[in-house]
Every structure is written in C-alpha cells, then in structure tokens.
Ligand binder design. Structure first.
Ligand code: APR
Ligand code: PHB
Length: 392
C-alpha cells in the first residue's frame, strides 16, 4: 500500500506531534509514524518546566487550553546550598518572564487530542520504519504493520524519533559529527502523591550530592537525588530516598517534608549530546533525535520546541512561498540555540552536582560560584535569562 503526503513525520513524542499540529493548521499535509502504541507514549513520565516560547506555540496552535487551566505559572525558582535557601526571581530579573509547570505527558496528551479533533493521520505500532532516497526529490518511508509493508511517498521527512530512533542513523556516519559528554552519576527520581516540598522548583547543592524538588500539581510531587551510575532502583527503597533528600536540603525545609509512597521511580543517566548538521538531503532532524541535554536546566522539551519552531517556519516557507532559504538555514539556526542550551545545562550540571573525581578543589569552586551567584544581580540575571529560555 502506498500513501502520499508532503511531510512524513517519524516519531510521536512532543517534537513530532507539535510539528504535525503546526503543519496541519498551516495547510501542509503530513503523516506521523510512531513505532510504539499511543498508550505507551502516554505512559512515559518526563520533565515539566515549560518556557514561554513553547507555551505560546501550544496556545497559537490550539493545544494550550488545558495547560492554561491546570498549569502553574512560576515566577521564580529556589536554590539551596550550605544550609540556606535562596530564590532566583525569574520575573524580576528578566523583565516579567516566567515559566509554566505542566507535565510533558500532559502536553503529549493534549497534542494527541488536538490531532484527533483535526483528524490528523497518525500511524502507531509501525515496525521496521526505514527511510529511502533521502538525497533525491522523491524520498519515501516504509514500515510494517499488521503483517503488511506500507510505503509513504513524501516531499520531506522530519526526524523526530528521539535519541534511539532510526532517522539519525539513516544518515551516513561520515556526514555527521557527534559531540558527547556522559556525566559520572545518575538521577534517581520519584513521583509521589504528597504535598510539594517547596512552592517553586528548587535545586540543591550538597556535599552528599545534588537534589531537586519539583512538582506536577500541588499534590503530585517529583523529587530527585544524584546517585552513583552503578546504582539500581532496588538500591533505593522509598525510605532511603526520603532520608537522603532530607539530608541534602536545609533543615528548615527538610522538616516540612511530608513523605509518602512512590507511585513511579526512575533512574536516569545524564548526557550531553549534539549531532551536526541537522539536515541530510530531504531529512531534517529535530528534538532528541539531534541532541540530548542533562535534565538540570529543564531544557530537553523546550529545545525540542525551538527546533520545531525553526523547522515548521522553514517548511511553511518551502510549501507556501517556494522559498528554500529557511530550509537551507535550518540546521545552522537551530544549532545556535541548541548549543546555548547545551552550555547552560552543562553549566547548571557542573555547578550543582558532586563530581567524584573533582575532589576538594572542585567543591571549593562550586561553593564560591554559588556564593558569587547569590551576591551578584548580574550572575543571577544570566541564570534567569537562560532558565526562562533564550529568544527564538
Ligand atoms: N520509528 C518510529 N518512531 C520511533 C522510532 C522509529 N524507528 N524510534 C523511536 N520512535 C519514537 C519513540 O517511540 C518516541 O515516541 O519517537 C518518539 C520520540 O519521542 P521523544 O523521545 O519524546 O523525543 P522528542 O519528541 O524529540 O521529545 C523531546 O522529550 O525525551 C524528552 O527530554 C526529552 O523533553 C525532551 C523531549
Ligand atoms: C521535573 O519536574 O521533572 C524537573 C524539573 C526541573 C528540572 C528537571 C526535571 O530541571
């Protein structure tokens, strides 16, 4: 069976769904191909701090209604070290900019609902997805479903299939340069139906390791602690997690914590990764297919959104105005912002985690940098303007 569309979108995570929704509303035909089931995609729990760039896109493209009811606008973030709590007043430092706390799972659900309302074409449980003839004017995508091989003939392919997808690996290795750093620790995270530890997302530096207190809604709390890469989930029964979290927070804050059983627990490695360029013939990479950031700055989803902004703008120029320049510029333009978010995430990671090999000198540098940060409006402004998101 052969289908025909303008843009074949590979991957039904936030990148692919957002692109599909934007293109549809701009009158550009697209088919989204996802290898997993929709339930599986919706069961993945991920971060939830949105820059206003993404918030505006969701509103503009008719997928922001529930976010505006259930999401929480945060004016600042907390930071703790050496027994004290500090606040970065994002709004005051950035001329009124804020972030929205709303889970990535909820965004994915809202985008699926929007695509359903508009009868978007989405194929789930597509096996053996393969890309063909990317360097010609007639690329295509094949996949298997229900025992049959299907072909999608298209003009462009959007590679939105995440870090482990097939798109990046469809590009000949000699045409790509990859940049990577793997950090020597992991995050252990739990979700619990307990009150939030703090009203704002709060990051903590401590000799025992980094900690983070976040939330999904007032009674759904997401907390993390830094742990050795060699640990497993079984090493972290709930009691141990709460005890460790309390030890890493200032006593005043730790004493207010209400603990409870975890309803989800994950162990996440930390990695920085970028591939260049983002284009190969008619294939354009976006989101986690092209880059990974450590979660410390909450940039993963937001970076996927800025890629989709640049890519959708370029595809609209191509299909609506016959203008090829934005597509030719896509890789360079997106990479400029990607590298800035990579830098910020790398910097936050270095500032707040204990690096086992850095020793006492490393600790002194971190303590001094944190001390400087909270005494310098210029330094706090730099953190704040990156945290709320650089313009695009
Ligand atoms: N064929 C089709 N789909 C695939 C394939 C394949 N060969 N391989 C992977 N996929 C699907 C995955 O099942 C997943 O649903 O592509 C989707 C990619 O989604 P994400 O991994 O969520 O990546 P992205 O949409 O770019 O979103 C980036 O999500 O992972 C977080 O931290 C990341 O917040 C960031 C955001
Ligand atoms: C989260 O809520 O899961 C979260 C928040 C901030 C981060 C990372 C994760 O930096």
């Amino acid at each position: 069976m052969t289908d025909r569309t303008q843009v074949a979108i590979i991957g039904g995570g936030p990148s692919g769904l957002l692109l599909s929704q934007i293109l549809h509303l701009e009158g550009i035909d697209n088919i989204l191909v996802e290898q997993r089931s929709r339930d599986y995609v919706l069961s993945r729990v991920r971060a939830g701090v949105l820059e206003m760039g993404l918030v505006d896109m969701l509103r503009r493209y008719e997928a922001g209604e529930r976010m505006d009811v259930e999401g929480q606008v945060h004016q600042g973030i907390g930071m703790c070290f050496d027994g004290s709590q500090y606040r970065i007043d994002l709004a005051a430092l950035t001329g009124g900019k804020t972030v929205m706390v709303y889970g990535q799972t909820e965004i994915t659900r809202d985008l699926y609902d929007a695509r359903d309302r508009m009868e978007g074409r989405m194929i789930h449980e597509a096996a053996h997805v393969a890309l063909h003839d990317l360097e010609t004017d007639t690329p295509s995508v094949t996949y298997e479903k229900d025992g049959q091989t299907h072909t999608i003939a298209c003009d462009m392919v959007a590679g939105c299939d995440g870090f482990h997808g097939v798109c990046r690996t469809s590009i000949p290795a000699e045409k790509l340069t990859a940049f990577e750093r793997v950090y020597p620790f992991a995050w252990l995270g739990i979700l619990s139906e307990t009150p939030n530890v703090s009203p704002e997302v709060t990051y903590a530096w401590h000799q025992r390791g980094f900690a983070l207190c976040s939330m999904r809604n007032p009674m759904l709390t997401r907390n993390y602690v830094q742990c050795p890469m060699s640990d497993t989930i079984d090493d972290w029964p709930d009691d141990r997690f709460w005890d460790e979290l309390k030890m890493r927070l200032p006593v005043d804050l730790a004493n207010t914590i209400v603990t409870g059983p975890s309803i989800e627990k994950l162990l996440a490695p930390l990695r920085s990764f970028v591939v260049e360029p983002l284009r190969h013939g008619r294939l354009f990479l976006a989101g986690d297919a092209a880059h990974i950031v450590p979660p410390t700055g909450a940039k993963g989803l937001n970076l996927a959104a800025s890629d989709i902004h640049y890519l959708s703008t370029a595809l609209i120029a191509h299909f609506q105005q016959d203008d090829e320049k934005p597509l030719a510029d896509y890789s360079n333009l997106a990479l400029k912002r990607i590298w800035k978010a990579e830098r910020f995430s790398w910097w936050m990671t270095h500032l707040l985690h204990i690096f086992p090999d850095d020793g006492p000198f490393g600790v002194k540098m971190q303590q001094t940098e944190l001390d400087y940060l909270f005494s310098s409006p210029a330094a706090m402004t730099s953190l704040a303007e990156n945290y709320v998101g650089l313009p695009y």
